[in-house]
Design a protein around this ligand. Structure first.
Ligand SMILES: [Zn+2]
Ligand SMILES: [Zn+2]
Length: 493
């Protein structure tokens, strides 16, 4: 993310925050792949159960299977894979729950709920072998194929619905963490005894959660990409995390009044902590208004968001207006409770609520990738500048042609003193594309200039004590003081 091409904007505190926002995109993936299953051995208990079963007396041991006459013994780990009846019986003996029976039996489900399907298969097998019934309600034993995970579906769904509250959305993605050793053991058992077509534990569990949610939430769609809500389920702790993805709005803003920073600027004295201090009148802000809040607060209210991030295509200094078609920006609204808003109404609300300080236009819904586009676009900019020549102007024509002579010039600009505390000290080359509309008014000069992105335009006038070369001050051989500056146009799409 490059924020270095701005025209010397000041709210550097924002840069770090924005970088964090972008990284947040991938947080859930890191989370989902985090491996803390190693700390717990889910088979600890099961080994005890298996050992107990091993000790069961001989009368519980075998049965005749009328299909091929095998004698099946629960202690015998050799069994044909499902869907062979012997295989299904073996899986039941191992302690499979109804869900797992359904998914690994190889029997067609035909629209039945997995649990019902599994129960039907179990009943059928119990009919063949009544001894199975006694294994059936062995509360002590875990299903070795899921560690009784499917018993937790209701808890997970209830927690998810509670966490979602009244957030409105339609597209959801589910991320799930299942301890690795469970997945490995399940895979081993399923490969050995399950039908070839068996669905793995993870996708089966997600499918059950999904169908419960689809039933509970109107218009819900599960997506694999760009969800509106990302849900994370940790099956070890049954913790659920709901991440409502931000809503992004693209637009252009015009800043019609000077003295307003682009982004919120925390109070220098208290850094905005703990409800502010005396010097900021408990606002926590160095400047009460910011473009970010003048635009962001009405938008935040409309979308029920918790907070905003403001991504501008560069930024103008606090004392610089931004006119013309305005500066492109993307407003990011975090934790929105609604994803639809009337952007035309928002445009009007912003204009009237800010008393004409800031206007927006071209609002439309956007996405995170546009933040990067906005940040990376190197747009040329045009400015209107007015400055005063110390000692007055003797030769008007010579002054005008000196200013005009900068059209096409390549400037060598050493990092200005005013930003040196937060930017590397180096010399950069920037081109002045064109100079026009030069006019003299007493000891003042006004002109328009179009230049490359990242040009320090104030320094182009006053030279910053020779750090910018060439400069108008050097050409006129007199100190020049910038009176005001407007961004006239940002030449981007
Ligand atoms: Zn199971
Ligand atoms: Zn303060």
């Amino acid at each position: 993310m490059s924020d270095k091409g701005g025209e010397g904007g000041k709210a550097s505190v924002e840069a770090g925050a924005e970088a964090d926002d972008l990284d947040a995109e991938d947080d859930w993936q890191r989370w989902a792949s985090a491996d803390y299953g190693g700390a717990v051995d889910p088979w600890e208990d099961l080994e005890v159960v298996v050992a107990e079963q091993t000790d069961t007396p001989a009368d519980d041991v075998g049965l005749d299977d009328d299909d091929d006459g095998f004698i099946v013994d629960v202690r015998d780990l050799e069994a044909p894979p499902c869907p062979a009846p012997l295989g299904i019986i073996h899986v039941i003996r191992l302690g499979a729950c109804d869900h797992c029976l359904s998914r690994i039996s190889g029997r067609s489900r035909e629209g039945a709920a997995a649990a019902d399907h599994g129960a039907t298969i179990r009943a059928e097998m119990v009919e063949r072998d009544p001894d199975l019934a006694s294994d059936d309600n062995d509360d002590e034993g875990w299903c070795p194929f899921c560690e009784d995970l499917f018993d937790d579906v209701d808890v997970v769904v209830v927690r998810l619905l509670a966490s979602l509250g009244d957030v409105s959305f339609e597209q959801m993605q589910i991320g799930i963490h299942i301890p690795k050793d469970l997945l490995q053991e399940e895979d081993r058992l399923r490969t050995k005894f399950g039908a070839a077509s068996s669905r793995p534990l993870k996708s089966s569990f997600v499918a059950v959660i999904e169908s419960a949610l689809v039933e509970a939430i109107p218009n819900l769609r599960m997506v694999k990409d760009r969800p509106e809500v990302m849900v994370l389920i940790d099956t070890l702790t049954l913790r659920v995390d709901v991440d409502v993805r931000p809503v992004f709005i693209y637009g252009r803003y015009r800043k019609l009044q000077r003295g307003i920073p682009q982004t919120r600027w925390p109070c220098r004295a208290c850094r905005g902590r703990d409800g502010g201090c005396e010097s900021c009148q408990n606002t926590g802000l160095q400047y009460l208004d910011s473009v970010q809040d003048l635009i962001g607060e009405p938008a935040r209210a409309m979308f029920g968001a918790e907070q905003t991030s403001f991504h501008g295509m560069g930024r103008e200094d606090i004392d610089v207006r931004c006119l013309g078609r305005g500066r492109p920006f993307v407003l990011e609204m975090k934790q929105p409770s609604s994803r639809n808003g009337d952007l035309e109404a928002l445009t009007e609300t912003i204009a009237s609520a800010t008393d004409g300080k800031v206007e927006v236009n071209d609002l439309r819904l956007s996405m995170r990738s546009e933040v990067a586009r906005i940040k990376e676009t190197k747009a040329e900019k045009s400015y209107t500048i007015r400055f005063r020549v110390e000692g007055g102007i003797d030769d008007e024509a010579a002054t005008i042609s000196a200013v005009e002579s900068l059209g096409g010039a390549v400037l060598a600009q050493q990092t200005p003193k005013r930003v040196a505390h937060r930017r590397a000290d180096k010399v950069r080359q920037r081109q002045v594309i064109a100079v026009s509309e030069v006019m003299v008014d007493g000891d003042e000069v006004q002109f328009e200039v179009r230049c490359q992105t990242g040009t320090y335009v104030k320094e182009l006038v006053h030279s910053d004590e020779g750090r910018t070369e060439p400069s108008i001050a050097a050409l006129l051989q007199a100190p020049c003081e910038v009176l005001w500056l407007d961004v006239k146009e940002i030449h981007a799409d």
